[in-house]
Design a protein around this ligand. Sequence first.
Ligand SMILES: Cc1ncc(COP(=O)(O)O)c(C=O)c1O
Length: 194
Amino acid sequence: MAIYVTKPALPNIDSFLLRVRKIFEREVLTNQGPEVLELEGKIKNYLGVDHFHYVTNGTIALQLALEGLGIRGGEVITTPFSYVATTSAILWQRCKPVFVDIEINNFTLDPEKIQEAITPETKAIMPVHVFGYACEIEKINKIAKENNLKVIYDAAHAFGSSYKHNSLASFGDVSTLSFHATKLFHTIEGGAIE
Ligand SMILES: Cc1ncc(COP(=O)(O)O)c(C=O)c1O
């Protein structure tokens, strides 16, 4: 018997095909079609977040977050302990990633070291809730506030995780999610920005 380390969850194929059939009948394939709106509404309710915008993947969600916050240059403090997209999104926005070490207990950015890495060029902090472990949210947000920096939480691993009864997707100036097939909840490919 094969024992998988991880295996993507798949829906019942008949109910999936029923939805596909409806899409074919409607012929609405892009631009806020009813399937996307339904998904956005349901996830927004489930997470209890104010804003939820579904996008093509978690990488573009990070880039949109930076773009939306007007960050197109300067330094962004982040973690080396993540999937490559965290750093590549920063580079695509023509920013310089500045790596800060992680804490031993939860693999997330060490707030003490964030403080040391701030320069006049720093524009934002991009921490990752690694494996769904919450970052030191209060400490990170305080440092950001004191230094006038934006915070974008990469919550790609954290769908369904919460901190003090709030979804991990609800913190910072923006949080992003990935719905890639390797994630606990997935849409084969997909992502979101909150
Ligand atoms: C921490 C982290 N950030 C971003 C991403 C990018 O998400 P996607 O593969 O949906 O582009 C991933 C994907 O695995 C990830 O693990």
